[in-house]
Design a binder for this molecule. Structure first.
Ligand SMILES: [Zn+2]
Length: 386
């Protein structure tokens, strides 16, 4: 198929075999340099001009931007080069071997989403890049799984990447142009300790937390009525209280209690205003009770993805895949890429249902189908000058 590239399955295996875990916990965090260099080594001989840019403030992390073709209004094929951490004891196969069994390649990041980057390179290899009328740009971002620092750096740089972007997160090759947003918040309630024999002598922060929890549920129920978003697999905005910490002894009045909250937003909602309204709702519920409230941003947030006015890429993906655009619950770098004035569609091989868990795998045949789809898109959007 290509004179310069290894075969697709071999490239998928080598990407999986090159660890690039990103994690907010320093003990698990790794550089993505090796995997980015591997991609650069494949893309340069095809005729791409490859830049490997350090991400400011994130040591050892690099964004890869590979361009071929004239102009600025081309097609971007983008994937993140990092993976989540893994639980070695729960894997029944080597997470870095890329073994193939019954047509599936197993390994950390096989579905989410190293294979897509190999598919993008193979699609490029099928095309005479010297004859492109508009640029083909392959992007490999850093740290998607630990705060999207790579994509945020691309937005901060503000360099235009292209007019349209396919982000190849695993959607089983079905195009997606809507997804939820997310923000994470910590709420701390301070009361006063005292002897349990006289509960009125203190101010029990767990009671305050219960009032806060009631307010959180009422808040999200109100938002769900306002934004039903019925087309999502999990309709409407949701709230999860994932952790609660407070108190020590049964015979002491609890002086402080913390709640860690995950909120999922739907199109029409924005992280900054949702966070402000949420804080106000909790503050109102505890007003005059004597508790002290404080809030900490655990993750500043990812806005939901909704289609813009431009539809050409969405229509082309629908045509190439045979599926109409859908909505998913998980978040992507799409809303960040939209800030660089691109039409964004999420579409890639692999199933999100096997991602972030032991024995992650991808159908090799589906990866080959992805190359066909990407080749079609590149021919449509890069062949001729606009
Ligand atoms: Zn991913």
């Amino acid at each position: 198929m290509s004179k310069t590239l290894p075969n697709l399955q071999d490239m998928m295996r080598r990407l999986v075999a090159t660890p690039s875990v990103s994690s907010l916990q320093a003990a698990h965090d790794q550089s993505n340099r090796a995997v980015s260099e591997l991609l650069a080594d494949w893309l340069e001989p095809l005729g791409f001009e490859v830049g490997l840019m350090p991400v400011p403030g994130l040591e050892g992390k690099y964004n890869l931007v590979a361009r071929s073709g004239p102009g600025e209004d081309g097609l971007v094929l983008s994937g993140h080069t990092d993976t989540v951490p893994y639980d070695a004891a729960r894997w029944t196969r080597d997470p870095f071997a890329g073994e193939v069994h019954n047509g599936r390649l197993y390994g950390l990041g096989s579905a989410d989403m190293k294979s897509f980057l190999a598919c993008a390179a193979h699609a490029a290899a099928r095309i005479n890049l010297e004859k492109l009328g508009r640029p083909l740009v392959i992007v490999g971002t850093a740290d998607e799984e630990s705060g999207m620092g790579g994509a945020k750096a691309l937005v901060a740089e503000g360099e235009p990447l292209g007019a349209r972007a396919v982000i190849g997160e695993p959607t089983r090759l079905r195009p997606v142009n809507r997804h939820k947003g997310v923000l994470l918040e910590r709420i701390r309630i301070e009361g006063r300790s005292g002897h349990a024999s006289d509960p009125a002598a203190g101010l029990n922060a767990i009671d305050g937390a219960m009032a806060a929890i009631g307010a959180l549920h009422a808040f999200i129920d109100g938002r769900a009525e306002e934004f039903p978003a019925a087309h999502f697999p999990v309709p409407g905005p949701t709230l999860n209280i994932g952790a609660i910490r407070g108190g020590d002894n049964p015979n002491r009045i609890c002086a402080s209690c913390e709640l860690d909250v995950d909120l999922r937003l739907v199109p029409g909602m924005r992280c900054d205003s949702l966070r402000r309204d949420l804080r106000a709702a909790v503050a109102r519920a505890l007003e005059g009770s004597g508790f002290e409230l404080s809030f900490t941003v655990l993750f500043d947030g990812l806005d939901p993805l909704a289609p813009g006015a431009e539809k050409a890429l969405a229509q082309a993906c629908e045509h190439a895949s045979g599926h109409s655009c859908g909505a998913v619950n998980f978040g992507t770098e799409g809303p960040l890429f939209q800030q660089l004035d691109m039409e964004v569609v999420i579409c890639g091989p692999g199933d999100i249902a096997v991602a972030h868990q032991p024995d992650e795998s991808i159908s090799v045949a589906e990866a080959y189908r992805a190359v066909d789809v990407l080749e079609q898109l590149v021919r449509q959007f890069c062949s001729q000058a606009a």
